[in-house]
Design a protein around this ligand. Structure first.
Ligand code: 5GP
Length: 195
């Protein structure tokens, strides 16, 4: 998505440890006009999938998912909660995620009341790096018996390999910008990330 790529080039910055900082428009201060364009693009990419639920993960995924949901007939958004301790009752689906940004693992939880076999689910997140967060969400969809229609990602760091591994599992992963390489000299995008 050219609008997003241009914005990353203009306002994004590369930090040590392979972190792309985009907090001036994506995940701290939020550009709602850009979020709307992202939502429209996800709707175009997943047209015809009859999606009736969007599943994301707190915190940065929530805003993106809520704006995008308006382009999917106001489908409800469910967000997986991050939990540090294991005091989980039987009413929750749970999965383990290794955090890329914080360097430690945590559990994610979704109430069994809010996702079930009748659902056609789109996963949404801001970043895809090693793929652990997305694996966790896929695991929860599997546990629920819902149909996984695909995953819409705003920025994929392709060089970390998570996206391609998950595509190889047969999941329709659509990323609006795929970074092939980044360092203090610049950012190189994968050609087909410009959809
Ligand atoms: P993964 O589980 O795919 O390794 O990482 C995905 C999660 O880590 C995303 O939900 C996102 O919050 C965070 N993340 C990964 N890489 C970056 C990055 O370069 N910048 C920022 N801001 N967040 C990232």
């Amino acid at each position: 998505m050219q609008l997003l790529i241009d914005r990353i080039l203009k306002d994004g910055s590369v930090k040590p440890g392979n972190i792309l900082k985009v907090d001036s428009f994506l995940n701290h201060r939020i550009d709602i006009t850009l979020y709307n364009e992202i939502g429209k693009e996800f709707a175009r990419l997943f047209e015809g999938e009859r999606i009736n639920k969007i599943l994301t993960i707190e915190a940065s995924g929530i805003g993106i998912a809520c704006i995008a949901a308006q382009y999917f007939d106001n489908s409800p958004v469910v967000f997986a909660k991050k939990a540090k301790s294991q005091n989980v009752d039987g009413g929750m689906y749970t999965s383990m995620v290794e955090s890329f940004t914080y360097g430690r693992g945590y559990d994610i939880l979704v109430s069994k009341k809010f996702i079930g076999a009748e659902d056609r689910v789109l996963l949404i997140d801001d970043f895809l790096a090693n793929g652990s967060a997305l694996y966790g969400l896929i695991d929860i969809v599997k546990q629920s018996g819902a149909t996984l229609c695909g995953a819409g990602i705003v920025i994929e760091k392709g060089f970390q390999g998570g996206g391609d591994k998950i595509r190889a599992m047969g999941v329709n992963v659509q990323s609006l910008a795929i970074i092939e390489k980044m360092d203090e000299h610049g950012i190189v995008f994968r050609a087909n990330g410009d959809k």
